[in-house]
Design a protein around this ligand. Structure first.
Ligand code: PMP
Length: 408
C-alpha cells in the first residue's frame, strides 16, 4: 500500500489520533484487538438510533429491520470466508466461545472415552482448555504436536499422532505468539485422508489473509470480529452442515427451540439451533461494516503491508544486542514476540507505554508454549493495516531507550 493510502486509512480510525502521556499513540497490540473505523462505530450508533428491536420474534417493522440486518450479517460473513451456506455460520461471543461450542457439542456427539484429539504446542488457551474440560467429562486424550526449531508445526510428528481413535484435529491458523502461519490446507488434507475432521482457530488468520473455507475444506473455522476491525462480543463459528446437524444444541433458551412443553423440547434448524437467547444483532450489523471496510482495502494489500512492517521491524530489532525474537517460520504473520536479555518483558512494556507505544506483555494466553520457550512471558508487537514504517522507527527508538534504561 502507498503511504497516502495508509494515511487516509488512519483518518478513518479516530482513536489513532490519541495522545498517550502526551505522546502520539502507536498502537501495536492488534493481535489482542484491533481499533475500529468510523464506519463500524457509526453502524453501532445508527443501529441503536434507527432500527433497534429484538430479532426474530417480532411482527413489527423495527424487529423486521433488525432481523434483516442480523441475517444480512450472516450472509456477509458467509461471503467473506466463502462458506457454502449462510446456515453454516453460527454467531457466538468470540473465538473462545466458538471453540467451546465445538468441544462441548461435537465432543458430546462424536468423541467417546478413550478417543483422542490432536492440537499443537503453539495453541492459545482457547484451544486447549475447552478440550481439557471435555477430557474431564469423558477421559479423552489430548495429543500435542511438537514444534520445529523455527516455531513451525512438526508435520511428520503430526502425521504420527493421528490414529484410528483421533476424532478431531484442532489447530491455530496463525500463532498469536510466534506468528507462524500453519499449512492448514495440508493439515486438513492429511487429517481428511484418515477420515478425521479439522477445526481451525482462525482468530489470527482471518484478519490478515484471505480465507476460503471451501478451498481449505475446513470442517470448522472459528474467529472473532473484534480482531478484524469489528465490534467486541461477536464470534463466528463456521461449521459444515453435516456436523452441525448431527451435533446437539450447546445452550438452551429462546430461538433455538422448535416446540417446548414441560416434558420435551424439539430444536430449531440451523443456524438457530446454536443461537440461544437474544443475539448481539447490533454487533452483527456492525460486523458487516468491518468486513466491507477490510474488503475495500483488500486483504492481499493488508497482508503485504503487514509483511513489510514485520520484515522491517524484525531486522531493526535484531540489531539490538541481547534481543531474542521467538518464531522465525518461513511463513510468518505480523507478530513479534521477544525478550531483551537483562530485562523483564513487563518492564519493557511499561516503559514503551510511557513513550506512547502499546504492546502486550505476559504469557499471551499460551502458558504451555511459554514453558516450551523457557520464559515466563514475552513482550509482543503486532501490526494492523493502519500501522506505518514511521511508527516502527519510533517504536525501535523507544525500545532501545527502554532496554538501555533497564540494563543500567
Ligand atoms: N485463539 C487465538 C490464536 C487468539 O489469538 C485469540 C485471542 N487472543 C483467541 C483464540 C481467543 O479469541 P477471543 O478472546 O476473541 O475469544
Amino acid at each position: 500500500m502507498q503511504k497516502s493510502d495508509i494515511l487516509s486509512i488512519r483518518k478513518d480510525f479516530p482513536i489513532l489520533a490519541s495522545k498517550v502521556y502526551g505522546k502520539d499513540l502507536i498502537y501495536f497490540d492488534n493481535a489482542a484487538t484491533t481499533q475500529k473505523p468510523v464506519a463500524v462505530i457509526e453502524a453501532i450508533s445508527d443501529s441503536y438510533k434507527k432500527i433497534n428491536a429484538n430479532v426474530h420474534r417480532g411482527v413489527h417493522r423495527l424487529s423486521q429491520l433488525s432481523t434483516e440486518g442480523h441475517e444480512a450479517g450472516r450472509e456477509r460473513v458467509r461471503r467473506f470466508i466463502n462458506a457454502g451456506k449462510s446456515s453454516e455460520i453460527i454467531f457466538t461471543r468470540g473465538t473462545t466461545e466458538s471453540i467451546n461450542l465445538v468441544a462441548s457439542s461435537f465432543g458430546e456427539a462424536f468423541i467417546a472415552p478413550g478417543d483422542n484429539i490432536v492440537i499443537t504446542a503453539m495453541e492459545h488457551h482457547a484451544n486447549i482448555v475447552p478440550w481439557q474440560l471435555l477430557s474431564m467429562r469423558k477421559e479423552i486424550e489430548i495429543r500435542v504436536v511438537p514444534l520445529t526449531p523455527s516455531g513451525g508445526m512438526d508435520m511428520e510428528a503430526f502425521k504420527g499422532l493421528l490414529d484410528g481413535k483421533t476424532k478431531l484435529v484442532s489447530v491455530a491458523h496463525v500463532s498469536n505468539v510466534l506468528g507462524t502461519v500453519n499449512p492448514v490446507k495440508e493439515i486438513i488434507a492429511e487429517a481428511h485422508g484418515r477420515g478425521i475432521p479439522v477445526l481451525v482457530d482462525g482468530a489470527q488468520g482471518v484478519p490478515h489473509r484471505k480465507v476460503d473455507v471451501l478451498d481449505l475444506d475446513a470442517d470448522f473455522y472459528a474467529f472473532s470480529a473484534h480482531k478484524i476491525y469489528g465490534p467486541t462480543g461477536i464470534g463466528i463459528l463456521y461449521g459444515k452442515e453435516k456436523y452441525l446437524n448431527a451435533m446437539p444444541p450447546y445452550q438452551g433458551g429462546g430461538e433455538m427451540i422448535g416446540h417446548v412443553t414441560f416434558q420435551k423440547t424439539t430444536f430449531n434448524e440451523l443456524p438457530f439451533k446454536f443461537e440461544a437467547g437474544t443475539p448481539d444483532y447490533i454487533g452483527v450489523i456492525a460486523t458487516i461494516a468491518a468486513l466491507d471496510y477490510v474488503d475495500a482495502v483488500g486483504l492481499d494489500n493488508i497482508r503485504r503491508h503487514e509483511e513489510e512492517l514485520l520484515k522491517y521491524t524484525t531486522e531493526k530489532m535484531n540489531g539490538i544486542p541481547g534481543m531474542k525474537i521467538f518464531g522465525s517460520a518461513p511463513e510468518k504473520g505480523g507478530v513479534i514476540s521477544f525478550v531483551a536479555e537483562g530485562t523483564h518483558p513487563y518492564d519493557v512494556g511499561m516503559l514503551l507505554d510511557k513513550q506512547g507505544v502499546a504492546v502486550r506483555t505476559g504469557h499471551l494466553c499460551a502458558q504451555p508454549l511459554m514453558d516450551i520457550l523457557g520464559v515466563p512471558g514475552v513482550a509482543r508487537v503486532s501490526f494492523g493495516m493502519y500501522n506505518t514504517l514511521e511508527e516502527c522507527d519510533a517504536y525501535i527508538a523507544a525500545l532501545k531507550k527502554s532496554v538501555e534504561m533497564l540494563r543500567r
